[in-house]
Design a protein. Structure first.
Length: 614
């Protein structure tokens, strides 16, 4: 009996799992009260709450300087104010995902508690959607949508907003209970939770015009249009009462009127906003190293412009011709090769970098950085003198893909160090129609855009068999090292192994960049100026995503926005579905520019647009 009496009490096991969020049973003062003068709010729920991330989720609009004190007493949530509230203001407390039950963690999403310190409640709203400008995806975490009652461009940098809303998991947002007026709209992924755009890497969006919010104005405009009559645009004179007991709706989508009706919402302005990160103004070196005897490496935070230059400053004997630059593909990295072994075996090299940046007033200025590189020999248990005398092989890599060469591409040879000289007499190319090899004229050239690559162009024959021979001395690097004999056989892939996309574009009104993505990288790109059909052929079988960039400045790439210049990011759109390209198939697609504003859905095996190529 003693053991039974001391047993832990609890709910009996079994039964269906609770999937319902907490329900508001009582609020004191009542939700949507006017002439509010209390120092605290008490909201009682039907079950116990988990308060783990409540403070982070609560958003008060208009914002308060001192965060309210939050307590939980049994099933009652108590919020006490730490400062005097504004006069004649409507306050909205949005709890985001902060209200959830203790056991099952079911969330009462975006519950709002609203009151006015004046005689009436403001009832206007700004609602809409937020997407990432680059790929139209929805931000993964809640983002602040902020409204200002003044219109100066500098406000998001120096003042907290008057009204604040927040996005949900689908990118929808609502800023409710607004006064009639003109607003500046700004969106901020707040890195330090201060409601200020004060960090260069904070993601933002903005409306590039002021926003006029006035229900009476829009109602009158609709009446004047003749499309609606007064019965459509005016509510009944009977006051709508809001019963907060039992309320569990999402405030972003909830309709306060208990009657559903298909009429214009003249109390709400709807917006589509696109979020981006500005390009940093300040360029700088993020890292530099000298780990390989023959190359110095520098990493930058931004791609370098044509104004970039560098000069050796130490030792004094070094000349500009002693250092050979190789830029990375995106020009945000630089490898500086030493021109010969004599230069390479200096222990310290100093380099001055010169490039153009923008100052705080967006004026171009010249910046100089001096970097000092010191090489430390790796410990190998052998003397430096002996290591110098050892021959170093010239590494050369060539055709991969199981010996199959793309019919439209050059045959390439990539070195581990810059190309010095090429002896074309030591290159031999043969085609093998049967068993007898037939020589093919060949002219190898150094790749202008790649210091370590040699190219061979040739009109390859479909399904042709080839043999390529490089004799010692065919390629010599800048340090005098040459290749061993290279003898490779390869085949040209048949056309039946490729697919093709025939894309017809309609309603093209500006310059477009059509980018065809494969596994997240751009496989093909075309610049388009008018409606018509465009072919992307010789595509490897795979899934492709087609993106259209409205290239306003015609610089051949997508550009982000700049808030203080009032510049929005360039618009993008995608074909509604990814394309699953199959070998030996034609894929006929038609797209009307401006007809899709969401990311594409994944490709499927069923595609009626496919036709066999042969």
């Amino acid at each position: 009996m003693l053991v039974q009496g001391c047993a832990q009490q609890g709910a009996p096991p079994g039964g269906p799992q609770d999937e319902d969020p907490p329900v508001v049973k009582k609020a004191t003062p009542e939700n949507y009260s006017t002439n509010f003068s209390e120092g605290k709010i008490m909201i009682t729920f039907d079950e116990y709450l988990d308060m783990a991330n409540f403070t982070q989720e609560l958003v008060v609009s208009p914002p308060v300087k001192e965060k309210p004190q939050v307590k939980l007493r049994n099933k009652t949530l108590i919020i006490e104010f730490e400062e005097e509230l504004k006069e004649d203001a409507t306050y909205t407390f949005n709890f985001g995902e902060g209200i959830k039950d203790l056991n099952e963690k079911n969330v009462l999403l975006n519950y709002e508690y609203v009151f006015s310190t004046g005689d009436y409640l403001d009832s206007l709203s700004v609602k809409g959607t937020l997407k990432n400008a680059f790929d139209l995806t929805v931000p993964k975490i809640p983002i602040y949508v902020m409204l200002y009652t003044e219109l100066e461009d500098s406000l998001p940098l120096i003042e907290i907003p008057y009204y604040v809303g927040r996005t949900d998991a689908k990118g929808n947002f609502a800023v409710n209970n607004l006064k009639k007026g003109i607003y500046k709209v700004f969106v901020l992924k707040d890195g330090n939770n201060n409601f200020l755009f004060d960090q260069p890497n904070e993601e933002i969006a903005f409306l590039d015009t002021s926003l006029f919010v006035d229900g009476d104005y829009f109602r009158n405009k609709l009446l004047q249009s003749g499309v609606y009559d007064s019965a459509d645009l005016y509510y009944d004179t009977i006051a709508i009462t809001v019963d907060t007991a039992g309320m569990s709706q999402d405030s972003i989508t909830m309709v306060l009127d208990s009657l559903e009706r298909a009429k214009p919402d003249f109390n709400t302005v709807f917006l589509d906003l696109f979020m981006f990160t500005e390009d940093p103004v300040e360029q700088y070196v993020t890292d530099y190293s000298w780990n390989d005897r023959y190359s110095l490496k520098i990493i930058f935070n931004l791609p370098l412009t044509d104004s970039f230059a560098f000069n050796p400053v130490f030792p004094a004997s070094l000349k500009s011709s002693d250092l050979v630059p190789e830029f990375g593909q995106n020009r945000d990295s630089l490898t500086i090769w030493t021109a010969d072994t004599l230069v390479a075996f200096n222990d310290t090299i100093g380099v001055e970098l010169t490039y153009t940046v923008l100052d705080s007033l967006f004026n171009p200025v010249i910046k100089r950085d001096t970097l000092r590189f010191t090489y430390r020999e790796r410990s190998s248990g052998r003397s430096k003198e002996k290591k110098k005398e050892e021959p170093q092989p010239l590494a050369v890599s060539t055709i991969k893909n199981r010996g199959k060469q793309h019919i439209q591409r050059d045959l390439t040879f990539t070195l581990n160090q810059p190309v010095g000289t090429i002896d074309s007499s030591l290159f031999e190319l043969y085609i093998i129609p049967d068993t007898i090899e037939e020589p093919v004229p060949v002219k190898p050239v150094a790749d202008i855009g790649h210091l370590r690559r040699v190219r061979i162009s040739n009109p390859w024959k479909e399904e042709g068999r080839y043999r390529m021979v490089l004799y010692p001395g065919a390629i010599t690097n800048i340090y005098g090292l040459t290749n061993d004999t290279i003898d490779v056989k390869f085949n040209i892939r048949p056309l039946a192994e490729y697919g093709r996309i025939n894309l017809t574009l309609e309603n093209v009104e500006d310059t477009l960049l059509i980018e065809v993505y494969r596994k997240g990288s751009i496989a093909r790109k075309k610049e388009v100026f008018e409606s018509g059909s465009y072919v992307f052929d010789f595509l490897d079988p795979d899934t492709y995503r087609i993106k259209c960039v409205h290239d306003r400045n015609r610089n051949g790439k997508w550009d982000t926005g700049k808030y203080m210049e009032g510049r929005q990011p360039e618009k993008v759109e995608f074909l509604p579905k990814d394309v699953k390209v199959r070998a030996n198939w034609d894929h006929d697609l038609t797209y009307v520019i401006g007809s899709n504003d969401v990311p594409p859905t994944s490709a499927t095996e069923t595609d009626e647009s496919r036709q066999p190529l042969f």
